[in-house]
Design a protein around this ligand. Structure first.
Ligand code: SF4
Length: 182
């Protein structure tokens, strides 16, 4: 039987949500029997692929790379889950918002707030993504299908949400395959 295509995405977050995902321990072995991990910081895919069934998104939308990626995720994934509080609300990632626009922020961090006046990051012609004016939760940019709260969400909660969701997706996939054969 075809496996579900699962993706995990890392935007503006500390990777703690992904570490919690790894805390699923032995259930990851069961999971591997039913899903193919087609995109993830835990895998080596460079481009977000088409035809993803479920995408878990960690982190807020903080720069132009995040913006491009989350729009691509929304176009290509059938179900998009906000994975942790940074994706849900901005959380830690959005603590910079009250400090002002990116130019003021960079000036404060690299110049006025620094012991040594390091130069500002150079304009790299787009190689380094530009900061957005404000850090945004994922739902402010694209439609979200489900929310998985926590900082990070504990492994038990990830399991409790993913297991029935994936079971339902797998049964739909099986029905679709039977329909195709018939
Ligand atoms: Fe890190 Fe918490 Fe944000 Fe997850 S929700 S990326 S653990 S700060």
């Amino acid at each position: 039987m075809k496996k579900l295509h699962l993706a995990t995405v890392w935007l503006g977050g500390c990777s703690g949500c992904h570490i919690s995902f790894l805390d699923l321990d032995e259930w990851l072995t069961d999971l591997a029997g039913h899903v193919e991990l087609v995109y993830s910081p835990l895998a080596d895919a460079k481009e977000f692929p088409p035809d993803v069934d479920v995408a878990l998104v960690e982190g807020a939308v903080a720069n132009t790379d995040h913006l491009r990626l989350i729009r691509q995720v929304r176009e290509r994934a059938r179900l998009l889950l906000c994975f942790g509080d940074c994706a849900l609300t901005g959380n830690v990632a959005s603590l910079r918002n009250p400090l002002g626009a990116p130019t003021e922020l960079l000036e404060r961090v690299y110049m006025s707030g620094a012991d040594r006046r390091a130069p500002l990051p150079p304009d790299t012609g787009g190689v380094v993504p530009q900061l957005l004016e404000q850090v945004l939760p994922v739902h402010a940019v694209v439609a979200v299908d489900a929310y998985l709260p926590g900082c990070p969400p504990p492994a038990e909660r990830i399991h409790a949400i993913l297991e029935p969701l994936l079971a339902s997706e797998l049964s739909q996939l099986a029905e679709h395959e039977v329909g195709e054969v018939g």
